[in-house]
Write a protein that binds this ligand. Structure first.
Ligand SMILES: [Zn+2]
Length: 493
């Protein structure tokens, strides 16, 4: 069945017969694409990771099970795999979080903590609830002393599929300036209205990251709106939060690294990754189980077909991504001596929307080879590449180390509206698009793994220039990485 379909699928989807089909690299790629488009265990893998293991926040038991799951999947595919330890700076998991509004009206509201939020005393933390508008400078000026010792409630624009990734980056950017404003005004805690309606909650990263020492919450949109209407009608309200956190000091977590050794230039490494961890709300299907399953399947098919890449291919299932992009940072530290030999590091982390091209992160020289590698899958395009640095996934430390790096750019589809939310579950995955994305990823992987040429690694001065001349510096601030860069904890020495 799949053999018969293969010709039709290749013709219908890719549109053009592959050029140079007599060239061994091209014919190997043709077989690989055929295989990943076929009836593979990719979707079953994704089901077992998301439904079977579920949410897998770094530091949880489920996360350790996911690590063993990744090792087992690689091993049963005949792919060499190891777990590699790295250090997480601070243990943090929400145990429970509840909230209630009282005063002129009394009602419970559903809340979720933001990572590294502090706990409250057992009896809860009660304080006046004040309307901080959209959290602008003017809003806090208007509040003045009223913010002191209060819970400040911040209104947010709706983040729906139309607002998409741009809306999501805006939400991060807004929070990054609101947090210091609220803390500067003496707030006891910060409450952001959920940007998604119908009671949906999500675990949005605080810009302060591990440095956060305040309670920070997301409150269900409907409850937050009700509270704001009451406050704006002139009533006074209190808010009580009860937050239990399982926390502690630094600990070890693990990346899973699968490897297919190179046949002729084994010391040259190309690395393709997706993060294995997720937040504990939802089951991490779009973010990022889908791309984990996709990469495992490509490794499986390369091995099953007996294909021999010239360069060494590593498949990285990163961990600690949601808690500060720690796993890929750990890799760049423990493999520092090898980084000159890393030809490219690519991340797949935007759900299951169509791959529209790649972010080349300030290295325009990556565009011509990427364009060339994608010719065999041109029918799945068009592909447009964006040479702007992107912060928010596991290319970060490769970028700061000057290693050529890519992030797959994808159609937003349903990514933003389910991002880090309890709704990020298997049913949101576009299974057929994920399979087509696997063909695109296979073409990129095979291209880099067999090419002769390479884009040189950037020097420290070139990385500094990238930060200076693009929005990278601002993005590092928005996402809470600026201090690490400035203090030399991240980036090329
Ligand atoms: Zn992600």
């Amino acid at each position: 069945m799949y053999k018969f379909l293969l010709g039709i699928v290749l013709f219908a989807l890719l549109g053009t017969p592959l050029a140079n089909a007599n060239d061994p690299v091209t014919s190997d790629l043709e077989r690989l694409i055929g295989a990943v488009l076929g009836d593979t265990p990719m979707i079953d893998d994704l089901k077992s990771l998301t439904d079977g293991i579920g949410g897998r926040a770094t530091g949880s038991e489920a996360n350790l099970r996911a690590v063993e799951w990744g090792l087992e999947r690689f091993e049963s595919a005949g792919v060499l795999a190891n777990k590699e330890a790295f250090t997480m700076p601070r243990a943090w998991l929400e145990v429970s979080a509840t909230g209630s509004v009282s005063g002129i009206a009394t009602f419970p509201v559903a809340v979720a903590t933001r990572p590294f939020s502090t706990a409250t005393p057992d009896g809860g933390l009660a304080a006046p609830l004040v309307d901080a508008g959209f959290g602008t400078g003017q809003d806090f000026a208007r509040l003045g002393e009223a913010a002191l010792g209060a819970w400040v409630l911040i209104e947010t624009p709706v983040l729906d599929d139309e607002a998409g990734l741009a809306g999501l980056f805006q939400e991060y950017g807004d929070a990054a300036v609101i947090e210091p404003r609220a803390i500067g005004a003496g707030a006891v805690g910060i409450i952001f209205m959920s940007s998604r309606p119908k009671g949906l909650l999500y675990r949005h990263n605080a810009a302060l990251g591990v440095a956060n020492i305040h309670p920070q919450l997301t409150m269900e949109r409907e409850g937050a709106k009700r509270a704001l209407r009451l406050l704006r009608g002139g009533g006074a309200l209190n808010f009580t939060a009860r937050i239990q956190i399982s926390g502690g000091g630094s600990y070890q977590a693990y990346n899973v690294i699968g490897e297919i050794p190179g046949s002729t230039r084994a010391d040259e490494i190309v690395i393709f990754g997706a993060h294995l961890d997720s937040h504990d709300m939802g089951t991490g299907a779009l973010d990022n189980g889908a791309n984990v399953a996709m990469l495992i399947d490509i490794a499986r098919q390369i091995t099953r077909l007996g294909l021999k890449p010239k360069r060494t291919i590593r498949f990285a299932l990163w961990n600690g991504e949601e808690m500060g992009i720690m796993g890929s940072l750990g890799y760049t530290r423990s493999h520092r001596d090898e980084l000159d030999n890393h030809i490219v590091a690519a991340a797949f982390d935007i759900g299951t929307g169509r791959i529209t091209g790649f972010f080349t992160n300030g290295m325009a020289a990556l565009i011509p080879p990427v364009e060339r590698y994608l010719i065999p899958v041109a029918g799945l395009g068009p592909f447009v590449h964006v040479n702007a640095p992107i912060v928010g996934t596991d290319n970060l430390d490769f970028m700061l180390e000057g290693v050529p790096n890519l992030v797959a750019n994808q159609e937003d589809a349903n990514y933003a509206s389910n991002y880090h939310a309890s709704s990020d579950t298997f049913d949101k995955v576009d299974q057929s698009q994920l399979r087509l994305n696997a063909a695109v990823a296979a073409a990129i992987i095979w291209g880099f793994a067999n090419d002769e040429g390479r884009v040189p690694r950037q020097s420290r001065a070139e990385v500094e220039a990238l930060i200076e001349n693009t929005a990278l510096g601002q993005q590092l601030r928005n996402m809470g990485f600026w201090n690490d860069w400035e203090e030399g904890a991240r980036g090329r020495q």
